[in-house]
Ligand binder design. Sequence first.
Ligand code: A3P
Length: 305
Amino acid sequence: MDLSSLPREKWWGDEYLVHLEGFWFGPQRVKPIKRVINHYNPFPSDVILVTFPKTGTTWLKSLLYSILNRSSKHKLVAEHPHELIPFLELQVFAEADEPLVLAAPSNEPRLFATHIPYQLLTKTLESSDCKVVYLTRNPKDTLVSFWHFVNKWNKENPHQSWSLDEATDRFCRGVTPYGPYYDHVLGYKELSLKKPENVMFVTYEEIQEDPHGYVKKLGDFLGCPFGKEDEVDEIVKNCSIEVLSSLDVNKSEKSPTWFPSSPYNSFFRKGKIGDYKNYLSDESIQRIDTLTKDRFYSLGFMYGI
Ligand code: A3P
């Protein structure tokens, strides 16, 4: 594909995004995303975690891994959650049409993650019986988390920092990686209504409010229900931001080879609901809430404010 033929827009700093089939992506992501679309044939036993960036992917990776591999709790101590569950477009199909991970070591389900919107993966997901867990988060907290995350990329050049007003404007116009956020969420919401046995749609806030209940629900959905409540409590504790962010592997200043701009420790910050109140102006809050009402409430999806 000729990238120069795609519409492009400035994102932050000198970075720009390109527009492909209604969504915005970093130009380096386009080829791997195309590979996933064209070559990934999920096994019916595959489990795919889908998220919009900064909605709690790291947390859900640790939870899903722990739910499906109950005897491997030491793995969370040895490996960052992003190394336990690879991203399809960043790791598995990063270099070649043939995926790096072809088969699971045993009959256990393969676990993958992706940020690719449903609108681009419709054929892949509709023709498969694989399980999808879609996680979303309040748009204002997602934006603020994204803004902090991107500004960490600027360590060497702090006065070139990205203003929150600019980030808010990009977010509202949908010009953010894998954006527009609203189309991303609505795509998977629609899929979850179409295929409720295969797709579980959850929110960051619901899990924060009842982690024990949601770990059990995820276990039921994935076909591995819990017998003992203690086991659930242990997973909730081991995957809490307090415990995860205190592990050496997650405190590391090193960056993954597949995401060189972001040290492993940058995936953990506050992990709170409503942190946007500490950052966004009233005007920005109003702008986002109006958009949320327009895009979500008008369809009866009363979420995000
Ligand atoms: P904040 O920046 O609001 O703190 P992602 O994993 O999709 O990149 O999302 C990152 C966000 O999830 C960050 O939010 C991060 O702090 C939060 N997070 C990471 N691990 C978490 C955990 N175990 N529990 C709750 N939130 C977590």
